[in-house]
Write a protein that binds this ligand. Structure first.
Ligand SMILES: Cc1cc2nc3c(=O)[nH]c(=O)nc-3n(C[C@H](O)[C@H](O)[C@H](O)COP(=O)(O)OP(=O)(O)OC[C@H]3O[C@@H](n4cnc5c(N)ncnc54)[C@H](O)[C@@H]3O)c2cc1C
Length: 631
């Protein structure tokens, strides 16, 4: 191509994002909305935000991430609400730290909606092509060259190539290069990135077959209905416009297991064909048989892929066994005895980059101006990808404007926990989020993600003042409700009879409403039926009443735990404020253990707090560094 052609504005941007998956869409959308001239280069515009596996968003801990993405001004939550065909709040029987929203979505509508969002974002342009080489100038990222030889230039490059880098798909002994079924693999880009000194390794994942609904005997399945209360993914949406559908449950049985076992010799997972490590918590059905040989059945969930399709996703039946084995086993489940399928299950191996070579901003420590987000950092899941994409997009835009990076602490968000885990500990298997990974989880609830993150979104320019008004009103109403309950008492004679009827101990003295709400058997709603003045107060809340009551109630019920975790987080912040990058040559510090010296040199942590979280760095190593810092 001629130089004049390459001088065309089509090829010059502030931020280039490679790959319109869940990470790339959030990255491009955020960077553009923050004012960076952005180009999203993706291989196939018909596959924007394609859900490679189940078309479901959220789930345990993942749902909290999507709420955070939304509160921080990302778009995944809004797109999910617009395209949800079933919504449920998981873990309702547990404490509120564990409540996790999950939505089954219409696969095609999800993708179309995201495309509509991106095409209507000012400052954002889309180019359909495959990036095959990272371009550098003076050692810093400067753009990409595509398979057509086009050179796109930018101040920052965000790579979000998902499972496509040297992707290799497996069904039984058959292997086909590809990034996803029927989509090509990207063969050169990882080499060009690795050539800069960025470490590359391999991981694998898999997906189940898809069943044609016309061939299923639904009478033999158990229905699972969705919920239709006030909960949404987005703090900004009030509706779920699509007709809601149900899912179905069933189980495998011994006959299914026997059929699957017969095929194990041809399983790429067990015949040595696949060497890389897959997600431990999302195993294939053949792995479940090997790990739990004593189990006579495993649960399966049959989930619709959309309103206008007969395709059903068989959750729990992920497999890369030969197709005849998958089919034979499927037909041993009574409801699927006559089942026809649209496509087989398969496994895929792909490249990822060592995330310990990233800063918390998701910028590479090795190549200035290069950001990496999503599956390429060793994570698994749309939500983990979206969270990282948003942070990478924000930081690429901030870098272009010469501003300080945006980094979230571990007590601020699951996204903060995710990124800190990645850059501090690295990954040796696909990383998915769990509530147990967050030490401050009573602070990181799905209901209060806006409280935690929307002020950042406002400051970063990701939500407008107009959009933030309902947020401000809601926060005031929550404080007012808590204040009301802390300042209004009730005398025993007005409530004891009702308390006894509700199975709650009668009062001896007057008691604040907040203390009554803290009782496990009582709630704001229960008290409102007992105390007319309280009922009138709640009725005076003009909007978002249920959301306001939910958060206020949790804060009153769990105030002791919340305060304790806030104090612990405060302590950690003190270490978080002690910056150590560039202060030490760890190899010269003899008082450190050998392992600590190696790990500290390799990770080169930002702060003393991050150093304390590196596996192999002990509290006594941290004390050594503290003493040296004091000197
Ligand atoms: C078979 C399979 C099964 C999976 N099963 C699960 C599961 O059970 N549970 C789970 O949590 N997750 C699963 N995943 C992972 C999940 O799909 C990913 O975590 C998620 O999609 C990652 O989002 P991403 O944005 O990082 O990448 P992706 O969603 O993979 O998107 C990458 C995008 O980049 C584009 N692209 C790639 N390279 C280039 C290039 N060089 N130039 C231009 N465009 C490019 C692609 O076309 C694509 O649009 C599975 C994935 C696959 C493929």
């Amino acid at each position: 191509m001629s130089d004049t052609f390459h001088n065309d504005p089509h090829f010059h941007y502030d931020v280039l994002v490679i790959g319109a998956g869940h990470a790339g869409c959030e990255a491009a959308s955020a960077a553009a909305r923050m004012g960076a001239l952005t180009c999203l280069i993706t291989m196939d515009m018909e596959k924007i935000a394609q859900m490679s596996c189940n078309p479901a968003i959220g789930g345990i801990a993942k749902g909290q991430i999507v709420r955070e993405v939304d509160a921080l001004g990302g778009m995944t939550g809004l797109v999910t609400d617009e395209t949800a065909i079933q919504f449920r709040m998981l873990n309702r029987s547990k404490g509120p730290a564990m409540w996790s929203p999950r939505a089954q979505c219409d696969r095609n509508k999800f993708s179309t909606k995201w495309r509509e969002v991106l095409e209507n974002t000012p400052n954002l342009y889309i180019w359909q092509d495959q990036a095959e080489e990272l371009l550098l100038e003076n050692g810093r990222a400067a753009g990409v060259r595509t398979v057509w030889g086009l050179e796109f230039r930018a101040r920052c490059v965000v790579i979000t190539a998902g499972t496509f880098l040297n992707g290799l798909m497996h069904i039984g002994r058959k292997q086909v290069p590809g990034g996803r079924l029927a989509e090509p693999a990207v063969l050169k880009l990882s080499e060009s990135i690795a050539a800069q000194g960025i470490r590359v390794d391999r991981m694998k994942t898999g997906t189940p077959l898809r069943i044609d609904a016309r061939s299923v005997n639904f009478d033999l399945l158990e229905r699972q209905e969705g919920e239709d209360d006030f909960h949404r993914f987005s703090f900004r949406s009030r509706r779920r416009p699509l007709p809601q559908l149900c899912c179905w449950l069933c189980n495998t049985n011994e006959e299914v297991h026997n059929s699957l076992r017969e095929g194990l010799a041809d399983s790429p997972l067990y015949n040595g064909q696949i060497q890389s490590i897959g997600p431990r918590y999302c195993p294939s059905i053949e792995t479940k048989l090997q790990t739990f040989p004593e189990r006579t059945h495993h649960p399966l969930f049959l989930e619709p892929e959309g309103n206008n399709t007969n395709a059903l996703y068989l959750n729990g039946f992920s497999s890369s066994l030969p197709l005849d084995v998958q089919l034979k086993a499927l037909h041993k489940i009574p409801a699927f005895a006559q089942a026809r399928i649209f496509r087989p299950g398969y496994a895929i191996e792909y490249d990822f980059f060592d995330p310990t070579q990233l800063f918390h901003s998701l910028e590479s420590k090795v190549v200035d101006g290069l950001f990496l987000a999503g599956q390429v950092n060793g994570t698994t899941g749309y939500e983990e990808a979206a969270g990282q994409g948003l942070v990478a997009g924000i930081n690429a835009a901030l870098k272009c404007s010469g501003s300080k990076p945006f980094v979230m602490h571990r007590d601020e968000s699951y996204i903060g926990v995710l990124i800190d885990d990645l850059v501090t500990k690295g990954v040796d298997e696909p990383y998915r989020m769990f509530t147990s990974r967050a030490e401050y989880r009573i602070l990181l609830r799905q209901d209060n993600a806006d409280q935690r993150l929307t002020p950042h979104a406002k400051r970063l320019g990701l939500i407008s003042t107009e959009e933030s008004e309902p947020f401000e009103t809601k926060q005031t109403a929550i404080s007012d409700l808590i204040h009301f309950c802390q300042n209004h008492s009730i005398k025993p004679r007005f409530i004891n009879e009702k308390l006894s009827a509700a199975g709650s101990t009668p009062l001896t003295y007057g008691c604040k409403l907040s203390e009554l709400i803290a009782r496990p058997e009582l709630s704001v709603h229960a008290l409102s039926t007992m105390i007319p003045a309280f009922r009138s107060y709640l009725k005076s809340i003009p909007s978002q009443t249920e959301e306001i009551i939910e958060t206020a109630e949790i804060e009153m019920k769990y105030s002791g735990y919340i305060q304790r975790q806030q104090q612990e987080a405060e302590k950690m912040h003190r270490l978080e404020n002690i910056r150590i990058r560039g202060h030490f040559n760890y190899n010269d510090i003899q008082q450190l253990s050998t392992e600590a010296r190696q790990k500290l040199t390799r990770i080169n942590p930002d702060t003393l707090a991050q150093a304390s979280r590196i596996p192999g760095v002990s509290p006594s190593d941290i004390n050594v560094l503290l003493v040296l810092m004091k000197r």
